[in-house]
Design a protein around this ligand. Structure first.
Ligand code: TXA
Ligand code: MG
Length: 350
């Protein structure tokens, strides 16, 4: 299969890209689309055969459910039955954070095919802020299933070129909407009803651009067990201990003194701020250095450059990627979670 990248550098080409995308989706095909977090691989969520093509292109195991994207807060009811006892909490969250990088786990309705949710009774629902994605949803008039547009377990793509290197020959069309504004996948929250009259509980299944601090005013925060990088049966089934993995082994340091090197190996540093006083850039005459937050953007800047630079280091030909820890402030906690999952585990296992 020939994979085509469609540009969107003018109003006209954008309108054409949207139209072509809708035609492909109506014919039961998949299309890679930009979102504000990472690129997604989209298919009509109500068409089980089309959704199967997502699993095939990504080599994604059938136990790993997909996120369903809807056009608005109101459109939740197309895919989920929100029970009365969490309705208020869901309304507060969607009013505040939608459209945006927050995914809610809700009880599914009968219209959503089992393949989408991997047989679970819940469905993950999100509403993207990206203008192209929004227009496609509106014109199609149906929800879209869309996981990140990478092969299973690999680095999420934040540009059309990155999607190309992941899925070339496996999908017909990639819409190029430029670099993703956030650069990290959405925060996933399961909304759990309160017993009695208290606030609902928000179980954070995956950390992301919306931090626990931003959510805690509206509900009780709980961290899911898979957060501790567990190996088996995590609560978000796709979040196995190994994920976001480059081909090149990656080691996450806790402090500069942890760096041990072997003679003859080439090392690339993924630095947080690139500052000498942090003690990492001067450890060694690095073969490659990429700096996550060279400006003043701090963790927000680091997040939007994270997957892009990780991919760049992976493709640079070094033997090992050495990552500095980043500040756990705000979205920094989500970057650290990705780094832990990308790292080679004790004993050399990924
Ligand atoms: O920002 C994002 O969320 C991107 C863009 C494209 O929307 N999508 C994304 O999808 O990251 P994906 O498939 O790469 O990650 C979705 C995660 C998986 O770990 C999956 O296991 C989990 O969400 N998930 C999906 N449905 C679930 C459910 N019903 N219960 C628990 N976890 C679920
Ligand atoms: Mg993914």
């Amino acid at each position: 299969m020939n994979t085509q990248i469609i540009r969107t550098d003018s109003d006209e080409s954008t309108a054409q890209a949207v139209q072509r995308t809708v035609e492909e989706l109506r014919s039961g095909n998949v299309v890679a689309l930009p979102t504000e977090t990472v690129y997604g691989l989209a298919a009509d969520a109500f068409n089980a055969e089309a959704v199967a093509k997502i699993f095939e292109a990504k080599e994604r195991p059938g136990f790993d459910p997909l996120i369903v994207h809807v056009a608005s807060q109101k459109a939740i009811r197309e895919v989920a039955d929100v029970p009365e006892n969490i309705r208020k909490a869901v309304r507060s969250l969607t009013e505040l954070f939608w459209p945006g990088p927050l995914t809610l786990i809700l009880p599914k309705n009968d219209k959503v095919p089992d393949i989408v949710t991997a047989g679970l009774t819940t469905v993950a629902v999100r509403c993207s802020q990206n203008e192209i994605f929004k227009q496609v949803l509106e014109d199609l008039g149906r929800p879209l299933a869309a996981p990140s547009a990478n092969r299973f377990g690999r680095i999420s793509p934040t540009s059309a070129d990155a999607v190309m290197s992941e899925l070339e020959g496996r999908i017909p069309v990639i819409v190029d909407g430029g670099a993703c504004a956030r650069g990290l996948e959405s925060t996933i929250v399961q909304v759990v009803a309160a017993e009695g009259k208290g606030k609902a509980t928000f179980r954070i299944l995956r950390k992301g651009p919306i931090s626990a601090d931003q959510l805690k005013r509206y509900g009780k925060i709980e961290m899911a067990s898979n957060d501790a990088v567990s190996e088996n049966a995590p609560e978000a089934p796709g979040l196995l201990a190994t994920h976001y993995a480059p081909n090149t082994p990656l080691r996450l340091l806790r402090k500069p003194q942890d760096f041990k090197r072997e003679p003859g190996k080439r090392y690339g540093l993924l630095s947080y701020r690139g500052k000498k006083k942090d003690g990492y850039t001067t450890l060694y005459d690095w073969d490659e250095i990429e700096i996550l937050s060279p400006g003043s953007g701090k963790t927000v800047e680091a997040a939007l450059r994270f997957f892009f630079l990780l991919r760049k280091l992976d493709e640079s030909g070094v033997d090992e990627i050495i990552a500095e820890p980043v500040s756990e402030f705000g979205v920094g906690a989500a970057i650290m979670e990705r780094l832990q999952r990308a790292a080679v585990k004790e004993g050399g296992r990924r």
